[in-house]
Design a protein. Structure first.
Length: 144
């Protein structure tokens, strides 16, 4: 009996010592926590950068659409220059425009200003056009 108790104690001692040695070959809790802190810091930086880039892409899309709408409105204004304001049709109902015709300091030249707005973004374009008189009258002096 005594031998069986000693045998059991030896087996328990062997298991305890063996389990400690197997733990010694793994990572400690401190090492795991440091690795998790580094990975979480990298993930936060990655998510922040991705969010920032998506915001920039959205802003660039808005400015590109506003620029194209403003150029289209400038082309319309060259044919019929008049001050106006309003909204664009589908699918650009969130974009508004304001057109202004100003006299320039140069004879026969007008300035067209088109401003297109959408939420926080704004695109402004100026163009100078030559106003010509459609009715030209020619005066002759008669010899007496």
């Amino acid at each position: 009996m005594k031998n069986s108790k000693l045998g059991k104690l030896r087996i328990l001692k062997f298991l305890i010592l063996n389990s400690r040695s197997s733990r010694a070959s793994g990572f400690t809790l401190l090492e795991v926590l440091i690795a998790l802190a580094i990975i979480s810091g990298l993930l936060v930086t990655l998510i922040y950068t991705l969010n920032y880039q998506l915001g920039l892409a959205g802003r660039h899309e808005t400015l590109t659409i506003a620029t194209l709408l403003a150029k289209n409105k400038l082309t319309e204004m060259e044919k019929n220059p008049e001050s106006d304001r309003g909204f664009f049709g589908e699918p650009y109902t969130s974009y508004s425009y304001e057109t202004t015709v100003k006299e320039s300091p140069y004879f026969g030249v007008s300035e067209i200003v088109v401003v297109v707005r959408s939420d926080k973004e704004e695109a402004k374009f100026n163009e100078f056009i030559y106003k010509y008189n459609r009715h030209i009258e020619i005066f002759y002096e008669e010899d007496n």
